[in-house]
Ligand binder design. Structure first.
Ligand code: AMP
Length: 186
């Protein structure tokens, strides 16, 4: 199964993606995680990405697309994957389409929905737990704006293709996982 998980920052996307990938037996491919690993490792990619991440902005497509293209060629992604956080722009949708081709196109797109004030509260809590540099209130609000401007429009594209399922992301982790699996028919 080739699945894309979408949703605003703080909707629980990362948490759900880990559980779902495990249940479905496919790799979890998170661009945010790959960027954070590069930041932690001090690689040139990490140094470049950090400037944008810390401001709540998207890393340029020129960096992001090549990174995903490379990741998707790994053997573990041959029989499916769960994409988390990519694509995030309409240009990335076109890039992904060309990377996958018609024979290996996405099977489903799940959008986790969440109330804005609730996600701001969740992200501020995560800042206390994990100390992420991009979890301050100003940056959180900027990330939500960028999501609304650049990423929310992608749902219409995937809805037109008949791939989109919306799932309420609020509630306990297990409940939300159950809703997603039910929608996927797993
Ligand atoms: P995430 O963990 O998915 O919330 O991603 C954290 C940050 O990494 C985002 O706020 C962006 O700065 C960057 N990022 C992750 N995925 C992408 C992407 N597909 N395009 C551009 N920037 C991204």
């Amino acid at each position: 199964m080739r699945i894309l998980l979408m949703g605003p920052p703080g909707a629980g996307k990362g948490t759900q993606a880990v559980v779902l990938a495990d249940r479905l037996g496919v790799p979890h491919i998170s661009t945010g995680d790959i960027f954070r690993a590069n930041v932690a490792g001090g690689t040139p990619l990490g140094v470049e990405a950090k400037r944008y991440m810390d401001a709540g902005e998207y890393v340029p497509d020129s960096v992001t697309n090549d990174m995903v293209r490379d990741r998707l060629t790994h053997d573990d992604a041959k029989n499916g994957f769960l994409l988390d956080g990519y694509p995030r722009t309409l240009a990335q949708v076109s890039e992904l389409d060309s990377m996958l081709g018609q024979d290996a196109a996405l099977d489903r797109v799940v959008e986790l929905t969440a109330d804005t004030e609730e996600v701001v509260a969740r992200l501020l809590n995560r800042a206390l737990d994990q100390g992420r540099a991009d979890d301050t209130e100003d940056v959180i609000r900027r990330r939500l704006e960028v999501y609304a401007e650049q990423t929310a429009p992608l749902t219409a594209v995937y809805a037109d293709r008949g791939l989109l399922t919306q799932v309420d992301g609020m509630g306990a982790v297990d409940e939300v996982t159950g809703r997603i699996l039910a929608e996927l028919g797993v």
